[in-house]
Structures are given as C-alpha cells and as structure tokens.
Design a protein around this ligand. Structure first.
Ligand code: SF4
Length: 426
C-alpha cells in the first residue's frame, strides 16, 4: 500500500532487472535532468503483506504512537465508551510531537494494547473500521522512507512475524519515478556523512549485485567484498566522488570476483567478534549466558551441517537485501548515523542474527530451522534495529569512517554459513 497520491507516479512501477547497478545507472540521466524526481525503490514483499491477525505487534513493549489530530478526534469517543473498558485510552508522550503526540494505553500489568481483543482482533477496526485506526496501526509493518528528491524506499519492518518469510519469498525490487513535490509524507532530514543522490543509487546497485554474485559461495563472504569498495569511497571522499567514477569500480570488482580484495577470516578478528557479540547480546540474557559459556570453553562451538548452512545463508541474504534499502540517510529508529556507521550497524545486526538463530537451535536440541531463523529476524528488529540507546551505549555515532569499516571487517569474520569456520580452538 503506497500512501503517495497516484498523481505523483510518473510511470507504472516495474520490476528492476538485474544486474541492479546497470539498471540504476541507466536511470540516473532522468534523475539528473529532472531534479524534482525521486526514484522509489520498493521491496516486492512490501505489497505482498497481508495481516495474519497474530496480534503479536499489538503486544510488544513499544510505543504505539498517535498524532495530535487523532488524539483530539478519538480520545473522548473511547474514553466515554459505555463499556468503560477504554478510560484514558491515550497517554501524552514525554516529548509530544505532532505525529507522535501520545501513545495508546496498555492493558494493566502487560504490554498488550488496550484495544486488542481476546480473539486477536482489534476493537477499533472491528467497530469503527480501518479508517478509524491510527496511522501507526494502518501502516505497520510497512516502512516508508521519503527524503524528498534524494531517495525513497518501501520495505517491511522485520519485527512483524510475517516479514521474514515474505522477504525470502519475494526478493525482487520494484522501482518507480515519482514527483517528490507531491508526496504527502514529510521528507525526512538528510544526515551528515552520506553519499549524494546519484551515488546512493549506484553504491546500492553495486551492493545488491554483490549479494547476488555466484561466488564466493556464502553471502557474508561476498558482503566482505564491500570492504575494499567503501575503503576506496572513503579515500576519494564522499563529497568529491563523482557518479562517473563508480562504473569503473563496479566492472573492475565484478571482473575479479571471487577474489577481489577477499580477506581471510582471521582468527584475531573472530576472537574480537566473539567478545563484541557478548557485549551486544547483553540485552538478551539467555543468549548472553550461552555465549559466555562458549567463550569460556564450557559449551561446544556451534557447527552447522550443509543443509543448515544453506538455510542460514539464504536468510542472511534476504535480511541484508532488505536492510540495505534502509541504509541511505537517517535511520528511523537509530537517528543520524553516517554511511559508514550505518554499514557497521548492519554488520552488528547480521552477527547478532546468527547468534540468536544458533541460540534458538541450541534450545530446541535439534537442527536449525527456518522458524528459528525467522524468530531471530523478529528479535533483531525490536532488540537491535529499533533500540536507539544502542547508538550512545556503544558510541557508534562517534566512529570515524575508517574505524567503522574496520569494525565491519571484524564483525563479518564470523560467518556460520561457511563450511570451515575457525572455532577459537575451543
Ligand atoms: S489499536 Fe488495534 S491495531 Fe493498533 S495496536 Fe491496538 S489492537 Fe493493534
């Protein structure tokens, strides 16, 4: 569902052909000629979403925000409902903003929304129709990012239980030119340390093509090839790098696959990555304790069989592809991070995703399953993608470009989809 007015569409949305770099590069001249246009990238899974009425998102301990106008229109209606079930339905936020003025109250002693019924239906939807829902509830889990003429993307939030399966099943990209002046979404502010409009589409195309490349044979090994690319971009400088320089880099990299700049998974990096994993997983006591046992040699190092490695690799690919669309510019939850810092955060999320999936596998006592991987993706979303405190806790926003991509190299050294992952000698 797009909330952009139809008249802003300048062509029918179309599937973006691979290789993505070439397709996006071919669209740049139009963007350059018509500065008010934006090329919107939409994950195919975005339009495939249908609510399964699981009710999970209505029970999570996050703020369900309503706007000031929604508050004014509906507060008294629910507050004075004859059942008396919805007294004081909204609580004004500590820092009220027009679009996030108040939050829906929870059922006593739980994180469950006061409007969630015992059959997982929504009282508001059932009695007043979809039009009466707050924008947060109508849109969830659809994530729309609009940066005026700079960039626009449509994807799904990973916290929704339906999202991981959809991301795997509908991996293509849909693109469309839109008139950015006609959007009814407020353009988000551009953060510092970001590539410009043209470069954004080109590095994204390059990164997506790397994920799809036939060699090296795991997603994270291919993703490690981004390290020399971002090193090169940093050496030239985002402000001086010109779009015309990108095709040379792209074709050179693709011609040298699978060996271009490939770094071995050094033992020291993996040991460091394990230590960092312990810090990041402190928010998850169960997984943290298990990891600590591994670190101290009291638990076996997890090893996957060939089938499990394929499952993990496929999920990592789907996750990275989806998250990449959110990297350009300000993060909705984590705030302003530079291009390099965003990529490093992506490395943290990828590493933690693996550990959580392995932890769920350990708990089950069986083989790794798609359900465990999907559960890990959901957990990453609300524990790491939307945890704004993580930025200050680990001072991620103070990392220089070099520190950020060196850290990314460390994080990517833990790749459980690889057949011969060094195992700390434990
Ligand atoms: S208002 Fe309805 S849809 Fe929104 S969180 Fe509550 S129960 Fe869920």
């Amino acid at each position: 569902m797009s909330l952009l007015p139809q008249e802003s569409l300048l062509n029918q949305p179309e599937k973006l052909p691979r290789p993505y770099f070439e397709s996006l590069n071919a669209k740049l001249p139009r963007l350059q000629a018509e500065p008010h246009l934006v090329l919107e990238l939409e994950l195919e899974s975005y339009s495939q979403f249908q609510c399964t009425l699981c009710g999970d998102c209505c029970r999570l301990p996050w703020g369900i925000h309503v706007s000031k106008s929604y508050y004014d229109q509906w507060y008294a209606v629910f507050d004075q409902h004859p059942s008396g079930r919805f007294r004081a339905p909204f609580e004004v936020n500590q820092e009220p903003k027009e679009q996030a003025y108040a939050s829906i109250r929870r059922q006593p002693g739980t994180a469950t929304c006061v409007f969630l019924e015992s059959d997982n239906s929504c009282f508001i939807h059932k009695n007043y129709g979809e039009a009466a829902l707050s924008l947060t509830c109508v849109k969830y889990p659809r994530m729309e990012r609009d940066f005026g003429p700079e960039y626009a993307s449509r994807s799904l939030l990973h916290s929704c239980t339906a999202a991981p399966e959809l991301l795997e099943s509908w991996p293509d990209l849909i693109v469309c030119f839109k008139d950015s002046r006609l959007t009814d979404n407020l353009p988000l502010a551009l953060g510092p340390g970001q590539p410009n409009r043209w470069l954004t589409y080109l590095w994204l195309g390059l990164a997506l093509d790397l994920l799809d490349a036939p060699q090296p044979d795991t997603v994270l090994a291919r993703w490690r090839l981004m390290l020399p690319v971002i090193d090169w971009m940093d050496a030239i400088g985002l402000q001086t790098l010109r779009p015309e320089q990108m095709p040379g880099l792209y074709y050179d990299l693709m011609a040298r696959l699978p060996f271009a700049g490939l770094q071995p998974s050094a033992e020291t990096n993996q040991r460091q990555a394990l230590d960092w994993s312990l810090s990041f997983l402190s928010a998850h006591p169960g997984a943290h304790t298990w990891l600590n046992e591994i670190r101290n040699g009291h638990e076996a190092w997890p090893e996957l069989d060939a089938e499990e490695r394929v499952l993990l690799d496929r999920q990592l690919g789907a996750y990275l592809r989806s998250r990449l669309l959110s990297v350009p510019y300000t993060d909705m939850f984590l705030g302003e991070l530079s291009f390099w810092q965003q990529l490093m955060v992506l490395g943290i999320q990828t590493m933690v995703l693996q550990w959580l999936a392995l932890y769920y596998r350990r708990q089950s006592g069986g083989e790794l399953t798609r359900e465990q991987l999907h559960r890990a993706v959901n957990a990453i979303a609300y524990r790491f993608e939307q945890r704004s405190k993580m930025v200050t806790e680990f001072r991620l926003n103070s990392l220089s470009p070099e520190q950020a991509y060196q850290a990314l190299g460390v994080l990517l050294s833990l790749n459980f989809a690889e057949a011969q992952l060094w195992s700390l000698g434990l």
